[in-house]
Design a protein around this ligand. Structure first.
Ligand SMILES: Cc1cc2nc3c(=O)[nH]c(=O)nc-3n(C[C@H](O)[C@H](O)[C@H](O)COP(=O)(O)O)c2cc1C
Length: 326
């Protein structure tokens, strides 16, 4: 029996396969709304229910946290109707649906951007913007916005919500000492740098209740940058589990979702495997996997419990059908 086709339970949610479509921004939204074009894209990938779990692209929790022009909004109650069409589309043939919520922080689209510290990003992306550090009062409001957004995801009929803390976006910016230079209780030691993420997880859990799946996408390590390490991510993952997450989704940090000069399938397994050993919740591994045999091998070797296949599915809507029918 193939492992990739073996069902898995996340809290009370049963996935009919371990194949995950990870979040991928499509830029198909207009004014933050779910468009017909966007629904057609997800409908094609959900067809046949071959993908156990589809995690939507990142959606902004507030205007200030918007990452790009054609991104989907989950920032207001008016968004729920459109998001509910998206949930229905994904779930139609049996795939489960999780929506990713995000605040872009220093990587934002607005003229004024906020981060843990007022820092110009190494890639210079925010160099022409007004850059500010969050005050502690603003952080309280931020936590509230994450929780409100998560409740909208639940009301829209999704099976769960994923908090984005990877790829150099806001919660990753707090986690990494590269971008978090704060001297209050939200910066400095690792415990202090993950404090805001834990507050967000707890606030989200309180809003959505005990039965709704809460996932976290963690940019485990800043490979190649003098920032976070794999040991940091093992410690952090255990803390996030204690704070009540049900699923941890492993990817890269400030290096983004690829690794320079490392291209083997599952190139973040040096983080996902030890994290899997350290926690009892399921772990997703994504990165460089485009052949179902590699997905199977990674499951066999214990690198993760679930495997994400991104760009292959982005390019070819029938990828899952062809791979899972083999
Ligand atoms: C076009 C595109 C958009 C992406 N958007 C997101 C996103 O919204 N949220 C996120 O967490 N990751 C995003 N990613 C990263 C993917 O989820 C995934 O980690 C990455 O593509 C590596 O996996 P792969 O080698 O299977 O493609 C995006 C990747 C691509 C190619």
């Amino acid at each position: 029996m193939s492992l990739i086709k073996t069902p898995i339970k996340i809290r009370d949610l049963t996935l009919n396969s371990r194949l995950v479509m990870p979040p991928m921004a499509t830029s198909k939204s207009e004014d933050g709304k779910v468009s017909d074009d966007l629904l057609a894209y997800y409908a094609q990938r959900a067809q046949g229910g071959y993908i156990g779990l589809i995690i939507t692209e990142h959606c902004f929790i507030s205007k200030a946290g918007q990452a790009s022009e054609n991104q989907i909004s989950v920032s207001q109650d008016e968004d729920i109707a459109g998001l509910s069409r998206l949930a229905q589309t994904i779930k139609k043939d049996g795939s489960k649906a999780i929506l990713q919520i995000n605040h872009a922080g220093l990587n934002g689209f607005a003229d004024t951007v906020y981060g843990p510290s007022a820092i110009v990003l190494p890639n210079g992306k925010n160099k022409d913007k007004k850059v500010l550090a969050f005050s502690q009062d603003e952080l309280k409001e931020l936590v509230r916005q994450y929780a409100e957004a998560a409740l909208r995801v639940k009301k829209a009929g999704f099976d769960g919500v994923e908090i984005h803390a990877a790829h150099g976006y806001l919660l990753n910016q707090f986690y990494t000492p590269l971008l978090n230079k704060r001297e209050d209780e939200y910066g400095g030691s690792l415990d202090k740098r993950i404090r805001i993420i834990i507050e967000v997880v707890k606030a989200v859990r309180e809003k959505v209740g005990p039965d709704f799946v809460v996932a976290l996408r963690l940019g485990a390590c800043d490979y190649g940058f003098p920032g976070t390490t794999i040991d940091d991510s093992i410690y952090a993952a255990k803390e996030f589990e204690k704070a009540s997450i049900d699923l941890i989704d492993i990817t890269g940090g400030c290096n983004g979702f690829v690794r320079k000069d490392v291209t083997y399938p599952g190139y973040f397994k040096d983080a996902s495997a030890p994290i899997k050993n350290a926690v009892s919740i399921p772990v997703i591994l994504t990165g460089g996997i485009s052949d179902i045999k590699d997905a199977e091998k990674l499951l066999e070797e214990g690198a993760a419990d679930l495997i994400g296949v991104g760009r292959a599915l982005y390019k070819d809507a029938d990828w899952a059908k062809n791979a899972m029918a083999e």
